[in-house]
Structure formats: structure tokens, C-alpha cells
Design a protein. Structure first.
Length: 423
């Protein structure tokens, strides 16, 4: 059997195209140590892949780091600023590959300090345990102002009837408000000889008047409470040789009721009643005389009168501070006993200029404020702290004083006219 065969052959090439894709960089610019998401998007694989989706991704970050992954996205951060060409290679299951490169700019960010005074920075006393806005624990703030119905605040340099407390034109130049006397701020100073008065807006039948007094006991400063019938109460200091006393007048004699001393502050209080025509005297909160008859009866007490004694030997002064009247609706008896604590002037603030939890102080042209802390007496050592201010243009801005165990000031550093000084 004989057969004949005729055939022809043709070769067909099946092309496996490499993956097609784009690169996404988010964010497109970043700072040092900031994570960036690098991902493959808009991916198109060849129709002839044996196993679609089986891809390998190679990420080269141009900073010496390269990562091979089966994930199409990755997070990366650069330690140094500069321009980095990111190269991404995608390989399919038959080793067909495609590669793309895209630049990213990494900024050289200025570092931000991250520390806390009194917490991360060691210190003996920081404010890290105090609440923001609160007065600092363990500290005491006294501004030396004693509050009353009349406290002479903001009246330094005024005299006579320019002083809100005085309304008599007599000897006005002898009555002046001064900045400070013996740890009382802004007080009334009375010079010998002269007299002046505070006339109440309305007469008072029953009530309390209290105030602070300091003076030279040998030269008596008389203090009167008057009614419409004349003097009801007369009160003074007196030097009786070995001892000094506060005294009241009973119509015939001066009666001693409490010890006094030169130029120390004493808290004086009178409770009076024009119905029974009697009064009581308190000195430094102690009842020293009670049920004393008025010198002259009347229906109302209507003025307080000050009369420093005359002295031919020269000039002497007496001082008054913080008059409190019980009929003043904004005053309660006893309000003037203690110096005003400056809770509003000092607070723990959140921070300033990279310092966290700081002590903030505020003061005005009328109010000096002070805050202090105590520790065991030390024979030697070092005290150090941080300080900043928003204004160095004022005459004397801020001072730091150090006291010994006897309460005496050893030395002080302060800012005046933009310079540091010590004394």
C-alpha cells in the first residue's frame, strides 16, 4: 500500500506581557522620621499569566533599605533630609517584570524640645503635680494689703480730701497715703499736729468699726467715735513709764485696757450700741473692756475722728490701715484681720517657651505681690531656677529675696530697667 503525505508547520509565540502600574506616594513630601505610604496602583496583569494575582513587589527607598513583599503597599520613613528616588519593581508568576521610579523630598525638620521642668528635668521643686490654673501647693502668697471698707489701695501720694477715707479739709497736708509701713502696704500716715475725720454717709445706731493702728505711744494719737450728741468714745495710746497702754476715757479718767508698743501694728475694734449707749473694745481680737458707757449719748454714730497729739520737739507719725465698717454690705467683720492672699496673682500655668507646668505671676501698678516657700536652714548651698518675663521695661519688675532663720533678709537679686542687680 502506498500513501503520500504532504504537511506544513507554523510556529506561534505567546507573549507574557509584564505588569503595568503606577506608584502612589502619600504624603508626596514628608519630614524626617515621618511615615510615608508607598503603594502600587492601577495595576494591569498580562492575560497569559498562569496564576493571576501572584506578584512580587520590590521596594527600593534609596536610603540603603530595600524590601521584597507580596503586599502592594508599604510604610517607610527616612532618617535624614534630602531627595530620594523610590524604585518599585513588580514581578509576575512567570518572572515578567516592570520597574518605575519616583522622587520624594524629605525635609530636615527643626527638632522640638520635649521636656518638663520639675518632671523630666530633675529639680527640688517643680510644679508637675499641681493642677493647671491652681495655686501651687506648699507655697504662700501675701501681698501685704489688708482689705476693708477703706484700704487706701491706689492712693499712694494723695493727701487730705483727695484720700477717699477723709472728708474734712482740716490739716489735709498732714494726712498722706504712703507706700508701706512695717509690712502693711498703702497706709494712711498722720503727722503731728493735726486732725481729720471720716463722716459716715448715714448715721449708724448699732455696729462695729475696726482698723489697724501703729504709732509712737509717748505721743498720743486720739481716736474718737462721735454721735449727734458729742464724743461717744475716746481712745488713745499712752506711755506710762515702764509700760505702754491703750486707754479709753470714762469722763474723768483714762483707763488702761491693753499693752501697747511703739510702731507695732495693732488691730482695734469697737462694737457700739446707741440704744443702750454702751460699747466694747477689742485689741488684737481679745475683748479687753466691755459695757463701757458712752461719754455723750446720741441716737447715731456718725463720724470717726483722728487727732495726733502736738509735739514741740519735732515731728512724729501714726499710721492707720484697712478700716472696716459692719454696715458696709461688701464687708464682714474680721475681713481685715489678715493680709490679702494673692491667689489671683499666682497660678500654675500650662507652660511657656518649651517649659511645661510653670509658676505664673501677675501684678499691676497698684499691687505688688509676693510668694514664698520655706526649707530647713542651710549653712551653705546653691539655689537655681528658671525665670522669664514678658516685660523688662518697668522701673523694678521682679526680685528674689533670701531670708535667714531669724526672718532677716540676707540678699536680693532683682531686675530694674532691663538689668539684673543684687543687694
Amino acid at each position: 500500500i502506498t500513501t503520500e503525505e504532504d504537511w506544513d508547520a507554523q510556529f506561534i509565540t505567546i507573549q507574557n506581557d509584564p505588569p503595568v502600574f503606577d506608584i502612589s506616594i502619600d504624603p508626596s513630601q514628608a519630614d524626617e522620621d515621618e511615615f510615608v505610604n508607598v503603594s502600587v496602583t492601577n495595576l494591569q496583569e498580562s492575560d497569559h499569566d498562569k496564576e493571576p494575582g501572584l506578584l512580587t513587589y520590590v521596594f527600593d527607598f534609596a536610603d540603603g533599605n530595600q524590601t521584597t513583599s507580596n503586599s502592594s503597599s508599604i510604610l517607610h520613613k527616612w532618617e535624614n533630609g534630602g531627595t530620594y528616588p523610590i524604585t518599585v519593581t513588580v514581578i509576575d508568576d512567570q518572572n515578567a517584570l516592570n520597574q518605575k521610579t519616583q522622587d520624594i523630598v524629605i525635609g530636615n525638620k527643626v527638632p522640638e524640645p520635649d521636656f518638663t521642668i520639675g518632671c523630666e528635668i530633675p529639680s527640688t521643686y517643680g510644679f508637675y503635680s499641681d493642677l493647671i490654673g491652681a495655686f501651687p501647693f506648699g507655697w504662700t502668697s501675701i501681698d501685704k494689703h489688708y482689705e476693708g471698707s477703706y484700704s487706701f489701695v491706689g492712693e499712694v501720694g494723695k493727701n487730705g480730701t483727695d484720700i477717699s477715707f477723709l472728708d474734712s479739709t482740716n490739716y489735709g497736708d498732714k494726712f498722706v497715703v504712703i507706700d508701706e509701713f512695717n509690712d502693711h502696704k498703702e497706709v494712711l500716715r498722720c503727722e503731728s499736729y493735726g486732725y481729720n475725720a471720716q463722716h459716715f454717709e448715714c448715721g449708724v445706731a448699732e455696729g462695729t468699726i475696726e482698723y489697724w493702728f501703729a504709732g509712737w505711744t509717748e505721743k498720743r494719737t486720739l481716736q474718737y467715735l462721735r454721735t449727734d450728741g458729742g464724743d461717744a468714745i475716746q481712745f488713745r495710746t499712752n506711755d506710762l513709764g515702764e509700760s505702754d497702754f491703750f486707754q479709753y476715757y470714762n469722763g474723768s479718767d483714762w483707763v488702761s485696757v491693753a499693752n501697747a508698743s511703739d510702731y507695732d501694728w495693732f488691730h482695734i475694734r469697737f462694737d457700739f450700741d446707741c440704744v443702750t449707749d454702751i460699747y466694747h473694745i477689742y485689741v488684737n481680737e481679745e475683748l479687753v473692756a466691755s459695757d463701757i458707757d458712752f461719754l455723750n449719748n446720741g441716737t447715731e454714730i456718725d463720724n470717726f475722728y483722728i487727732e495726733p497729739d502736738e509735739w514741740t520737739g519735732g515731728t512724729y507719725y501714726s499710721y492707720f490701715d484697712a478700716f472696716g465698717f459692719s454696715w458696709d454690705p461688701n464687708y464682714n467683720v474680721g475681713d481685715n484681720l489678715y493680709a490679702h492672699e494673692s491667689f489671683d496673682a499666682f497660678r500654675v500655668a500650662e507652660g511657656a517657651d518649651y517649659h511645661q507646668k510653670i509658676l505664673e505671676a501677675k501684678w499691676t501698678e497698684f499691687h505688688d505681690v509676693e510668694i514664698y516657700n520655706t526649707y530647713e536652714p542651710q549653712p551653705n548651698g546653691t539655689v537655681e531656677f528658671w525665670f522669664m518675663t514678658s516685660d523688662t521695661t518697668v522701673d523694678q519688675l521682679c526680685g528674689f529675696s533670701f531670708y535667714d532663720d531669724q526672718g532677716l533678709e540676707n540678699f536680693k537679686i532683682f531686675i530694674q530697667n532691663s538689668k539684673w542687680y543684687y543687694s
